[in-house]
Design a protein around this ligand. Structure first.
Ligand SMILES: [Zn+2]
Length: 80
């Protein structure tokens, strides 16, 4: 049985999935059709650790930008 790990898209920190603390991780669904390669990508989902989420309120846009996707492309911050 393979063990799944959460991997932060920003700092690459890894944590075994299924731990209670995994709930604090941020989640970013890539827009449909987005073709990106990222070591932290699982299916179409990227995760960010609680530290990065709290340190970078706009982490989703940061990650999208780092992937070459336009910030706000199908992903809008709550406080837009
Ligand atoms: Zn992180």
């Amino acid at each position: 049985m393979s063990r799944l790990y959460l991997r932060c898209a920003i700092c690459s920190r890894q944590q075994a999935e299924g731990m209670i603390s995994g709930a604090g991780w941020g989640r970013l669904e890539l827009p449909p059709g987005a073709q990106v390669e990222h070591p932290a990508l699982v299916g179409s989902t990227l995760r960010a650790c609680p530290t990065c989420c709290s340190g970078h309120p706009d982490w989703q846009n940061r990650v999208l930008a780092s992937l070459g996707l336009a910030p706000g492309f199908d992903v809008r911050p709550e406080s837009a």
